[in-house]
Design a protein around this ligand. Structure first.
Ligand code: C2E
Ligand code: CA
Ligand code: CA
Length: 459
């Protein structure tokens, strides 16, 4: 009788496995994966709205099946499945989506707040695990894979559309030469000729070095002097129109073109600094260059910067690098080492858009940050909102306590500038003082402010 029950249980399990598991890898199957996806959608709340889905597809797997036979191919799939399983956290759902395709669901509570860099890091880790040599029957096999990622709810409101987005990103990764990953991005989404052509255009413009920099002065309201400038990327379209970063930075970030694009800008920046030095033009401060977090997280950033400093014979202490809080959140240890290397080269480091991210001021103590840039969103409401005034005042006070300089961004009115001054922030940047200017206009602006200081208005 006991034997019967055991047998019955075994049969039930077999039936259950048949319905929920993939025959080859033993992983959950596509049906269960979609059920889990729907559960995650239902479980997503306003405080944890986002989650991420990855589709991993082995590159050129058909060749293994063709050359070595299906049973060999099945063993490769099993091994790939094991590697994926060992790489991800047990909270993630891993499934076989059929053939050589795998799905990974990163549940909402894992990525709160959803951090794109965690996703990128994970993709890199998965790719590197899959590309480790596999030894099967004395045969050294080198695999590679491509990964597409999509994020709920940005890239789809139901399981079907999210999977479609992840698949579209995957196809994009494949067409980018395989052995890489792609996070779904609106610019990638439709594969429309328009989005493809902007990517092609960007790549062409990088080769042609079409990108330029505009410079927005920072102003010290106590001394009435310029105290450095921020360099902002611009892209002339050849017809007197100048495209702003909103039109190309995020596209470039989505397909990794941001790295060569930033190299072009680093060169423009160094060349300009050298020219100003030769012309005897004084900025009373550094030229601050924005760095994409993707670039900051690469070790060759140091090499890129050093090369251009050498090429133009300028030193790092002419420049500041603006980064955002996200670079410190993902891998704090790497971020710290990277910052220390940059500081040794003479650069100072500014934390951009401060207040919009998640780091706290006490966290900042651990990093060699020289300057905080208070985000424009606080400045906009400073006249109307007492809360924004309180937050801003606290940031300024604590930053001073930590010996970190403060700049307020997006100052558009005299009143905003006055409030900031009262709170103890004397360095401001914004349209009230000057818009970002092409280099020649900046030179004129510097001349004019000099005149203003030496000959204050007589009325
Ligand atoms: P950001 O670093 O926060 O730069 C400040 C942005 O605010 C600039 O927009 C600037 O033109 C604008 N701005 C300055 N003062 C005012 C003001 O008083 N009112 C208003 N409404 N806006 C003001 P821009 O040049 O369009 O750049 C937008 C963003 O693109 C930058 O934000 C930065 O995140 C990114 N970006 C710009 N240049 C580069 C670059 O060379 N590399 C990278 N990775 N990102 C860049
Ligand atoms: Ca900036
Ligand atoms: Ca900013």
């Amino acid at each position: 009788m006991f034997k019967d029950i055991t047998q019955q249980k075994q049969q039930e399990k077999q039936l259950m496995d048949l319905a929920t598991r993939d025959r080859i890898t033993g992983l959950l199957n596509r049906t269960v994966f979609i059920e889990q996806l729907n559960l995650a959608i239902n479980a997503s709340s306003s405080s944890q709205p986002e989650f991420c889905v990855l589709i991993v597809n082995l590159d050129n797997f058909y060749k293994i099946n063709d050359a070595l036979g299906h049973s060999y191919g099945d063993r490769v799939l099993k091994m790939a499945a094991q590697r994926l399983e060992q790489t991800i956290s047990p909270n993630f759902t891993l499934a076989s989506l059929g053939g050589d395709e795998f799905g990974i669901l990163l549940p909402p509570h894992v990525f709160t707040p959803l951090n794109i860099f965690n996703i990128k890091r994970l993709c890199e880790k998965l790719l590197s695990e899959l590309s480790r040599t596999m030894l099967l029957d004395d045969l050294d096999l080198c695999l590679s894979a491509s990964i597409g990622a999509a994020i709920y709810p940005d890239n789809g409101y139901d399981s079907e559309s999210i999977l479609r987005s992840a698949d579209s990103a995957l196809q994009h990764a494949k067409s980018n030469g395989k052995n890489t990953f792609q996070i779904f991005n609106r610019a990638v989404k439709t594969h429309s000729p328009a989005s493809l052509s902007i990517e092609n255009e960007i790549n062409r413009a990088i080769v042609e070095k079409e990108f330029i920099l505009y410079y927005q002065p920072k102003f010290n309201t106590r001394t009435n002097q310029i105290c450095g400038v921020e360099a902002l990327a611009r892209w002339p379209d050849g017809n007197q129109e100048i495209r702003s970063p909103a039109q190309f930075i995020s596209v470039a970030e989505a397909n990794n073109a941001i790295i060569p694009l930033t190299r072009v800008l680093i060169e423009v920046c160094c060349q300009q600094i050298k020219q100003w030095q030769q012309k005897g033009i004084k900025l009373n401060g550094r030229v601050a260059l924005n760095l994409s977090a993707i670039h900051f997280q690469r070790s060759d950033l140091i090499e890129d910067l050093t090369n251009y400093l050498q090429k133009y014979q300028i030193s790092g202490d002419t420049m500041e690098l603006e980064i955002t809080e996200s670079v410190m959140m993902n891998d704090p240890e790497f971020a710290l080492q990277q910052m220390l290397k940059l500081k040794r080269l003479g650069f100072t480091i500014a934390l951009d858009d401060f207040g919009t991210g998640h780091s706290s001021l006490s966290y900042l103590k651990q990093f060699p940050i020289d300057r905080l840039k208070i985000d424009r969103s606080f400045v906009i409401d400073i006249e109307k909102s007492e809360q924004d005034r309180n937050i801003t005042a606290t940031i300024i006070r604590l930053a001073k306590y930590l010996n970190i300089d403060v700049v307020a961004e997006g100052v558009e009115t005299e009143a905003q500038s006055y409030f900031l001054h009262v709170m103890g922030c004397d360095v401001v940047q914004g349209y009230f003082f000057s818009k970002p200017l092409p280099c020649d206009q900046l030179e004129k602006f510097i001349e004019q402010t000099k005149v203003l200081i030496n000959h204050p208005k007589s009325n």
